[in-house]
Design a binder for this molecule. Structure first.
Ligand code: AMP
Length: 126
């Protein structure tokens, strides 16, 4: 089934300037902003400007320019927020919740960059 993008999702509205955001970084193809309900001292959402639903959609269909811009933007955010080990930081976690089983709330691809505290195990034990 093809990916169906809902252009009324909240991140699409942020990209159109209809809803404010706490911007961390803007590039040609990428926007990063602080999560409105942070789960760690550093909790940045990184989104492509293009209409991609989820990680695999972006990875399959985005242009090389979009992908390179997005990946480099994540590196810049790690540097800016001081979480990257290359800059002396204590590390971070990148999360891309996807679909029903991944418990994705907003259907516009986004990475969570989480850091600034010990994050604990990746998943709770079931
Ligand atoms: P997910 O469950 O991976 O889709 O995560 C969606 C994230 O978007 C959650 O962590 C929300 O707190 C965050 N969020 C929702 N609305 C906004 C907003 N207007 N500005 C910033 N973050 C938001």
């Amino acid at each position: 089934m093809p990916y169906a993008y809902d252009d009324q999702n909240i991140f699409a509205r942020i990209l159109r300037g209809e809803i404010p955001n706490d911007t961390v970084l803007e590039t040609e193809h990428t926007l990063a902003f602080n999560d409105i309900q942070p789960q760690a001292p550093v909790h940045v959402l990184v989104i492509p400007r293009g209409p991609y639903v989820c990680y695999d959609h972006f990875a399959a269909e985005a242009s090389e320019a979009e992908i390179v811009d997005f990946v480099r933007a994540t590196a810049e955010i790690c540097r800016m927020t001081g979480v990257g080990p290359g800059d002396g930081g204590d590390g971070y976690r990148v999360v891309a919740n996807t679909g029903k089983n991944g418990v994705q709330d907003v259907p516009h691809f986004h990475l969570h960059i989480l850091g600034g505290r010990l994050l604990g195990p990746m998943l709770p034990k079931t």
